[in-house]
Ligand binder design. Structure first.
Ligand code: BG6
Ligand code: MG
Length: 221
């Protein structure tokens, strides 16, 4: 069955905002006197704001009132927004812009599907929105990855079937979501080694794009 659409995760795949999410959680932890143990950053990758707070608080999450949880999440989001508002096209993952343009030239339909409620702002700031046929963010699809909701909505918007879609993801929660959606997935960065990552698809696609493969740096390699 031929591929008709490529659906990209946003943070850590199209834009270097994975670092901003991590930095904002670290700053909040420091401000609140909460520990930020080794390995936590990897566990936060790709998961919802609510789940991220749960992972950060650990056992203390149960003792935290709903009001305080909301205040902490709002504070993290403020920190993120300050950084996100300063994004420029230079914060796009290098090589992504020509890659998207070349995939469009090949007649593929392109979408971004993110758990983030800030995904549209991020894509606008870096100037990628016009290269995408559809964007699904955390408002459109409230059920966060590994739920397949955002990818299924993207396929519907692109008027194609899940089996004709390839997802590009950097987070394990996103790889799970793509598999749950019945889509092929190319893992990049931390998700690259996932046994479910169809690297052969990337190997098949990228060499067909002259001059591009060598331009793609981390986390795509
Ligand atoms: C994902 C990020 O795309 O969105 C996570 O990888 C983030 O780090 C999640 O927690 C939710 O984002 P936001 O901006 O709605 O808090
Ligand atoms: Mg991501």
């Amino acid at each position: 069955m031929s591929i008709e659409a490529i659906i990209f995760d946003v943070d850590g795949v199209l834009v270097q905002t994975d670092r901003l999410h991590e930095r904002s959680w670290r700053a909040l932890a420091q401000r609140e006197g909460l520990p930020f143990p080794d390995g936590l950053a990897d566990r936060l990758r790709g998961v919802s704001r609510e789940r991220s707070l749960e992972l950060l608080l650990g056992d203390a999450h149960e003792r935290c009132t709903p009001e305080r949880r909301v205040a902490l999440m709002d504070a993290k989001n403020q920190l993120f927004l300050e950084a996100a508002n300063a994004l420029t096209p230079d914060d796009t993952i290098p090589g992504v812009r020509p890659l998207l343009a070349a995939l469009r030239e090949m007649g593929l339909r392109l979408a971004a599907a993110s758990a983030s409620r800030n995904a549209r702002l991020v894509l606008d700031r870096v100037g990628l929105s016009a290269l995408l046929h559809a964007v699904i963010d955390g408002h459109d699809a409230p059920r966060a990855k590994p739920d397949p909701q955002c990818f299924l909505m993207a396929a519907e918007m692109l008027q194609t079937e899940p089996a004709r879609c390839v997802v590009v993801e950097d987070a394990l929660a996103g790889v799970d979501a793509a598999v749950n959606a019945g889509m092929a997935v190319v893992g990049v960065g931390p998700a690259r080694q996932d046994p479910r990552s169809a690297r052969w698809l990337a190997d098949l696609l990228l060499p067909t794009l002259p001059g591009l493969a060598h331009e793609l740096p981390d986390p795509w390699k």
